[in-house]
Structure formats: structure tokens, C-alpha cells
Design a protein around this ligand. Structure first.
Ligand code: HEC
Length: 131
């Protein structure tokens, strides 16, 4: 188990990727809210904290978060999450501020960070199938 993780990390480093390079035990718990959707629950959070750089005006790293379709498509490095697997998601880790300084989102001092509850809601959205 640990050997597998170690070799994945080595491979990621060799490829210059940052996949799963965070401590998942530090993630806030998944929200227990049912029926979480992009339109109702997630879009307002992205609008508040992310649209400035990933919306109609600017698309940093080719990423837009202002529609469900664009969010699922992702940016230069893909979506950063897989349905049902929020604990492995680099997207979640970056809003939970568990990635490196330049990968945490929004960048330090450049917008309102997600609260633990909001990270939990994002996790629930992913685990419930990104509707
Ligand atoms: C002030 C501008 C700014 C804000 C606000 C911002 N980002 Fe970013 N984001 C960036 C920049 C710049 C990059 C590219 C970083 C790099 O390439 O090192 C980036 C990259 C990303 C990536 C990686 C995309 C890829 O495919 O490489 C994700 C995911 C991301 N941001 C998500 C978010 C989320 C979610 C929010 C809101 C919680 C957010 N960002 C808010 C500037 C911003």
C-alpha cells in the first residue's frame, strides 16, 4: 500500500504533475447535505471566490467555472476531480489549501477562501456525482 503510494508520487514528480500530492486526512469531512447540485450549491461559491479569474472575463490556466459543463471539462490539466472520489481530488485539495502555495485557490490574498463547511459541500457534490 505505502509502496504503491510512494511509487505514484515518484512517477508524478517525474512527470511534473502534482496529482494527489496532499494529505487527504486533513480534508474537512463531506457534508451530509443531500441533493447537492452545481446550480444551487456550488456555482454561488465559485461566483464569490473564483469567477474573477475563472469566469467570463479571465480564464487562468484555461479554466472556467461559470457553467457545469465548463467545470466538468476543467482547465489545462483537466478537471482535477473524478465523480465519487472527492478525497483524491486535487481540485478539492486546492480549495482546502492543502496544496503548494501556488496551487491553493483562490491564491493567497486574492479572494475569499472556502470555509471547512464549503469544502465539505464541494466534496458532497463530487461524491454525489457532480449533478
Ligand atoms: C486571482 C486569480 C484567481 C482566483 C480568484 C482563483 N484562481 Fe484558480 N488559478 C489562478 C491561476 C493564476 C492559476 C494557474 C496557476 C498555475 O498554473 O500555476 C489557477 C489555476 C487553477 C486550477 C488548475 C487548473 C489547471 O487545469 O491547471 C484550478 C483547479 C483552479 N485554479 C481552481 C480555482 C478555484 C476553485 C477557485 C475559487 C475557489 C480559483 N481557482 C480562484 C488564479 C486564480
Amino acid at each position: 500500500m505505502s509502496l504503491k503510494i510512494a511509487s505514484a508520487a515518484v512517477l508524478s514528480a517525474a512527470l511534473g504533475l502534482s496529482a494527489a500530492d496532499f494529505d487527504a486526512s486533513k480534508l474537512p469531512p463531506v457534508s451530509t447535505k443531500q441533493g447537492v447540485t452545481y446550480e444551487k450549491d456550488i456555482k454561488p461559491l465559485f461566483e464569490r471566490s473564483c469567477f474573477k479569474c475563472h469566469g467570463p472575463e479571465k480564464q487562468k490556466a484555461k479554466l472556467r467555472l461559470d457553467s457545469l459543463e465548463a467545470t466538468l471539462k476543467g482547465g489545462a490539466d483537466g478537471a482535477g476531480f473524478e465523480k465519487g472520489a472527492s478525497a483524491k481530488s486535487t481540485f478539492v485539495a486546492s480549495v482546502a489549501r492543502l496544496m503548494s502555495e501556488d496551487e491553493n485557490m483562490p491564491p493567497e490574498g486574492k479572494g475569499q477562501a472556502f470555509s471547512k463547511e464549503e469544502v465539505g459541500l464541494l466534496r458532497a457534490w463530487i461524491d454525489q456525482g457532480t449533478k
